[in-house]
Ligand binder design. Structure first.
Ligand code: AIR
Length: 438
């Protein structure tokens, strides 16, 4: 609501309730030109701090957001519209600090955010890039916050993470070329704004220290804007880190920002496969999955998680595995082997179940407990005690997006064939009795 004097501002406060967001009509960007007022008293001081009513002010109801989201939208001269993946923007003191792509939000929220952004840009005129900023509120709504008709900070990650960057896309749109593919070519990206930490030389020194560290981070690209003057909180550049999962790029950013980070921390290798088992008594079987993954150089972790003895741990492991960058879970258990199924019920990741032969019933109990899953919750079950196959199946699954792993799997199969052929030749040459006796 537009406000012209204190009276109308107070009226707005009564109508919307506090806190309120007070915004200046002009020169409001990067934390400038807006202020939060938590009470009537704060409203007067916020108005004064923004330079009074002469600059043109309006107040907005505070949006109780869970996350701030943004969608880069492009519209061509022919009015065709494409949307980039929804990102999460994290602000510090009203300045964009970090952008995570894609945003970790439920699929329905991401669909809704894209729809709102699409509709917002459809209602406007012009060709080129539009950045649509949104709030995801605690009651599951998506509120439109702002539309910036230009390439935007929330889209800088697209330079490294999307098939067509927002800048190339803008040029394509305004000159009337076909629009490019806005989808991500890397599973995850994080963009960190290099804000001035101090005035003048000291600020340049601090920024360059961080840049120096960033250069040794795998997947990181530094952008320095070469602005002549360094000021506190001024956007001086940004660093984008791309990688195979949000967990990985976040951990790389964290090690970059740590004061005492040394080079080796940057090379953090996150496990891609989680091998879990109901008891340490399963380890002699489950170690075979780990052996295969080590042979294929696939980073993995090995944990004891019991569905019955440590149900809370099982729940938290299964709920968070995908956020930590785990891509596949191999779960082994014996007896009433509920671990693979219960984990599959809680994670969106593929789960491979290994029935472990426990002391009674020869493993048939484990096999049936794992394989007879209800419709809707799949577990890929391998043969009793065959953790080797669980490891190999996991490698094949990863090979879908990894040509190197696929080639190594092909080599493994050829080696296996040669091994059998060598044995067959020996059997044929020596005869079965001699073969058995040596
Ligand atoms: N089903 C189950 C739940 N928690 C452990 N188990 C399984 O029980 C078997 C026997 O475990 P323990 O040797 O610790 O008694 C192991 O195969 C283990 O996976």
């Amino acid at each position: 609501m537009e406000v012209n004097d204190l009276e109308s501002a107070w009226r707005a406060g009564k109508q919307f309730g506090y806190p309120l967001m007070v915004k200046s009509k002009r020169l409001a960007y990067d934390g400038r030109g807006n202020a939060v007022a938590k009470s009537e008293e704060e409203l007067s001081s916020a108005i004064t701090a923004l330079g009074g009513f002469d600059r043109g002010l309006y107040v907005e109801k505070w949006a109780p957001f869970v996350k701030e989201l943004a969608v880069i939208v492009v519209r061509g001269r022919d009015k065709s519209i494409l949307c980039y993946p929804v990102v999460e923007t994290i602000h510090k003191e009203n300045i964009c600090h970090i952008v995570k792509a894609p945003a970790a939000v439920p699929w329905k929220i991401s669909e809704l955010a894209t729809d709102v952004a699409h509709k917002a840009v459809s209602s406007l005129e012009g060709a080129g890039i539009f950045a649509v900023e949104l709030f995801w509120t605690n009651n599951g709504q998506i509120l439109l916050n702002e539309v910036a008709p230009r390439p935007h900070n929330s889209g800088h990650h697209t330079i490294e993470s999307c098939y067509t960057s927002q800048f190339e896309q803008h040029m394509r749109a305004v000159v009337g070329l076909p629009l490019g593919d806005p989808s991500m070519k890397t599973p995850a990206a994080i963009m960190y704004n290099l804000l001035g930490e101090a005035e003048g030389e000291r600020g340049f020194y601090l920024a360059h220290q961080l840049i120096g560290k960033a250069l040794s981070i795998p997947g990181a690209t530094v952008h320095w804007y070469d602005k002549p003057e360094m000021r506190q909180q001024r956007k001086m550049g940004h660093i984008t880190i791309v990688g195979s999962s949000m967990g990985l790029v976040e951990s790389r950013l964290n090690s970059l920002l740590k004061e005492d980070s040394s080079d080796c921390q940057f090379k953090t290798v996150l496990p891609r496969i989680g091998i879990i088992m109901g008891s340490d008594s399963d380890l002699p079987v489950m170690k075979d999955a780990a052996k295969i993954l080590t042979m294929f150089s696939v980073p993995h972790e090995v944990r004891i998680v019991s569905a019955h003895r440590t149900p809370d741990l099982m729940f938290s492991y299964a709920s968070s595995a995908h956020e930590r960058g785990i891509e596949i879970i191999i779960a082994g258990a014996g007896g009433a082997a509920h671990l693979p199924g219960m984990v599959a019920a809680r994670t969106p990741l593929p789960v491979i179940g290994v029935p472990v032969r426990a002391s009674a019933l020869d493993g048939l109990d484990s096999l049936l407990s794992i394989v007879q899953m209800p419709r809707g919750v799949p577990v890929a079950t391998v043969a009793i005690n065959n953790a080797t196959n669980a490891g190999l199946l996991a490698v094949r699954m990863l090979g879908f997006g990894d040509a190197d792993l696929r080639a190594r799997m092909q080599q493994y199969m050829e080696d296996m064939r040669d091994d059998v052929l060598t044995k067959a030749e020996k059997l044929q040459k020596d005869g079965w009795e001699s073969y058995l006796n040596h």
